[in-house]
Design a protein around this ligand. Sequence first.
Ligand code: IPE
Ligand code: IPE
Ligand code: MG
Length: 257
Amino acid sequence: MEIKEQINREKLPGHVAVIMDGNGRWARKQGFARIKGHEKGVGAVRDTVEAAAELGIRYLTLFAFSTENWNRPKYEIDALMKLLVESIHNEMKTLMDNNIRLATIGDLQSLPSKSQQELKKAMDTTSGNTGLTLVLALSYSSRWEIVEACRKIAETVQKGEMKPEEIDVHSFTAGLTTVGIPDPELLIRTSGEYRISNFLLWQIAYTELYFTPTLWPDFNKEEFFRAILDFQNRERRFGLTSEQITKVESAKKKRTQ
Ligand code: IPE
Ligand code: IPE
Ligand code: MG
C-alpha cells in the first residue's frame, strides 16, 4: 500500500512545522555553489506545501530564514531574498488553486522593502482562502519573539492595564507572533541535525519531533507522508500515564459512535 493511503485522515496533526535544512551541503555534494541548493530547495517547498494541502492539514510553518542567518555572507543573503520574492511571485497560482492562505511570523520589518511588498501582496491576495494556512518564518528567532512578548506585557502593566498577577500562559501567548496559530503537533528537521536552532521554543513544549538525514532539496511528498505516519504511531501523553490516555481515547471513541 502506498504511504499516503496508510495515513489516518482522522488523526492528522493540526499544525506541522519544518526546519528546512541542508541546502548548502546538498549543493556542495554536487559540486555547486550554495545558492544552487537554495534554488533546488524551492521545489521541496512546493512539494511539501502540496502534500500538506492534499492531506487537509490546517497549518504548515516553514522556517525559511532565521535572525542568525543575517550573519551569513551578504551575497548569500541577497540571493535568498531575491529567491523569496521570485518564489512567492511564481507560486501565487499554486496558492490560489489550492485554497492556501499565506501568513508570516518574524521581524518582517528587517526584510528588504521589495520582499515586504511582495509578501504583503501575497498575504492580501490569499487572505480569503480557507484551506491550509502556510506560515513562513522569516527573520524569525524564538528568543527575539519571547523578548518582544515580554516587552509588550511590561508596557501593558506599566500603563496600568494589567496586574503582574494576571500574567499567565494565555496572556503571554497573546504577545507572540504566532498568536492565533495552534502549537505545532509535529516538527520535522531535515539534514540529520538534531537541534532546534532557535525555532518556536515556547510553542514546541509538547510537539513530537521528527529528524531525517535527507537534505532539504531532496525532501519530497513521500518523505512528508512518512513523517505523518510516524507521528500517528506515537502515543502523546502530555504528562499523563499511558492508562489515562487509553481511557480518554476510548471515551472519545464512544462519544463519536
Ligand atoms: C537551509 O540550508 C536554508 C537556510 C538556513 C536559509 P542551509 O543553507 O543552512 O544548508 P546547510 O545547513 O549549510 O547545508
Ligand atoms: C535553521 O538552519 C534555520 C533555517 C532553516 C532557516 P541553520 O542552518 O541556520 O541552523 P544551524 O546553524 O545549523 O543551527
Ligand atoms: Mg543549515
